[in-house]
Design a protein around this ligand. Structure first.
Ligand code: ATP
Ligand code: MG
Length: 443
């Protein structure tokens, strides 16, 4: 992409309404524009990051054997009356009537909808296990929408639902989700710690939230600092392997890590003092096992091997896709702007032409652009007729991991400069080597 043809409405001043750094930087770098409280348009740069995150979520869900579906954003109230949640859900649910005076609502979560799909089609234990998920917009009329996309009213969420014959099978689904979520967040350059949590209106006993440590997080968290040493890495996982999933689950959840809702001061006191940490965290996902709560209420049952009708065991599992854009920025920025982890960066590399209009510099930039594009990468070429300082400030603000700077002086010696956004370290090298180095970061 050439910046001269892009839509990047960068703001010079800090927007007064933004209280936290991710909101400020998303507005300043032209990623989003608010349209109403807690409701945003995603502009080209923001949408690109959102889509990168969405792609990672899809890929990891599919690896775990889960099937993508897409359910509507608008539902009829009938199913919610059947489950008993229509009255329970409260003011967070956006309710309205259609022209026939029927009660409708904007989906805040979809347990009822997916259970209705299941009960209409699945009748035998032979069709289990089954896990379906979607990535779809949700609406919750939050009392205090704030912090930009971190607590929106409209937000993008992955919600997945497992259907299993027995409690053991459903607990395997729970562990499988936990494992696949660990990998999902790591691919985004994030450490998200599974913490024992409270189930809230979804119901059920087993639930973990995934929290990214950040000063601006809304949850208070208590943990053994040894949990921050755990990394998932590129382990080979067989998601059907019950023992393997369970042992990874235990590895990541045995050490003390809880949100304030489930914090137990006596248990916490057993953690060696120097490892006892109290901090703040951003919830980027949650997994639940809730047994037969919805399958009984909505009549979702199958025939087991003996021909007996039994309600299925279920769980639901969510990832805050749009919240993650803010959470990643909270975890990765400096005073100049965003520092995108390579897994989610909107463009792989920036190219800064120090002297637009200089034949040699223009040709060298075009050449870099061509080669990087040919290698399957997306460079962002700042080809505007602007001062170098302004170009650098824009690149730093939007946070691409790599920048190649091209100017007539360097070219006389056959070199360009390759700069890492994260370390700030610049190195001179030939354009060919710079191309190779950037490609190597992503392959
Ligand atoms: P919270 O406690 O932050 O209100 P929740 O526990 O009600 O969230 P879940 O029902 O577990 O949310 O939804 C799954 C994920 O969706 C959450 O982990 C979070 O990342 C994201 N999410 C929930 N509410 C919002 C919101 N208002 N804005 C953006 N993302 C949200
Ligand atoms: Mg939650």
């Amino acid at each position: 992409m050439r910046l001269s043809r892009y839509f990047l409405p960068v703001l010079k001043e800090n927007p007064a309404e933004a209280q936290i750094v991710s909101h400020r930087l998303m507005l300043r770098s032209g990623m989003i524009k608010q349209s109403a409280a807690g409701i945003y348009s995603w502009l080209p740069l923001g949408l690109k990051v959102l889509e990168k995150i969405e792609d990672i979520v899809h890929e990891e869900q599919k690896k775990a054997g889960h099937l993508a579906i897409l359910m509507p954003t608008i539902q009829s109230a009938d199913l919610w009356r059947e489950s008993g949640r229509y009255d329970d859900y409260g003011e967070e649910m956006l309710r309205f009537k259609d022209r026939h005076d029927r009660d409708m609502l904007f989906t805040p979560t979809a347990e009822e909808l997916v259970t209705d799909i299941f009960r209409g089609h699945v009748t035998s234990y032979k069709d289990l296990p089954l896990t379906m998920y979607q990535i779809q917009w949700k609406f919750r009329d939050e009392r205090r929408p704030r912090f930009g996309v971190m607590r929106g009213r409209e937000f993008y969420m992955k919600d997945g639902y497992n259907f299993d014959l027995t409690k053991e099978d459903a607990l395997h689904a729970y562990n499988r989700h936990l494992v696949s979520y660990l990998r999902t967040y790591e691919r985004m350059g994030l450490q998200a710690i599974p913490m024992r949590a409270d189930s809230g209106p979804i119901g059920g006993d087993d639930t973990h939230e995934f929290l990214v440590l950040a000063e601006t997080g809304e949850s208070e968290v208590f943990y053994d600092s040894a949990v921050t040493d755990l990394t998932f890495g590129d382990r080979e996982i067989d998601f059907d392997d019950v023992v393997q999933c369970q042992s990874i689950m235990e590895e990541f959840t045995t050490k003390y890590a809880r949100t304030d809702e489930t914090h137990d001061a006596a248990l916490f006191a057993d953690v060696p003092e120097e490892r006892r940490k109290v901090a703040r965290g951003i919830e980027v996902g949650q997994i639940f096992y809730f047994g037969t709560k919805y399958s009984e209420a909505l009549g979702a049952s199958v025939q087991d091997a003996e021909g007996k009708k039994v309600p299925v065991h279920m769980g639901s599992h969510g990832i805050g896709v749009s919240r993650l854009v803010g959470a990643i920025i909270e975890a990765s920025h400096d005073d100049k702007g965003i520092i995108w982890p390579e897994g989610v960066t909107p463009f792989h590399c920036g190219i800064v032409n120090l002297k637009q209009g200089d034949d040699e510099a223009d040709a060298a930039c075009e050449n870099l652009y061509k080669h990087l594009t040919k290698a399957g990468l997306e460079p962002l070429y700042d080809d505007r007729n602007e001062r170098a300082g302004g170009k650098f400030a824009t690149m730093d603000l939007i946070g691409l991991p790599w920048r190649i700077t091209v100017g007539p002086r360097g070219l006389k010696n056959g070199v360009v400069e390759l700069t890492s956004r994260k370390t700030g370290v610049s190195e001179e090298m030939s354009p060919e080597v710079a191309i190779k180095k950037v490609i190597a970061q992503y392959c």
